[in-house]
Design a protein around this ligand. Structure first.
Ligand code: SF4
Length: 78
């Protein structure tokens, strides 16, 4: 089981994550930042458990401000 943690305040709304994996990422029409689809809000973070890293690894690597973090259980991958 993996986990996405989106540090939303740091997001600059570039849209790269939503372009790479629209299944998990959408762009907010309210403030232009991205949202994790189906996430749980923990403080200012958005958190989602996922079965496979898949395209979310690509999205995290492509994020220009490194605000997408991925965890394998409690181990930080990126
Ligand atoms: S790639 Fe990063 S900065 Fe760009 S919208 Fe997604 S989370 Fe925000």
């Amino acid at each position: 089981m993996f986990k996405i943690i989106h540090d939303r305040p740091s997001c600059i709304g570039c849209g790269v994550c939503a372009a790479i994996n629209p299944d998990h990422w959408t762009m907010s029409s309210e403030d232009g930042k991205s949202n994790v689809v189906g996430c749980e809000e923990v403080g200012t973070d958005e958190v989602l458990e996922i079965e496979e890293l898949g395209k979310d690894l690509d999205a995290a690597e492509a994020c220009p401000v490194n605000c997408i973090h991925l965890y394998d259980k409690d181990k930080k991958l990126i």
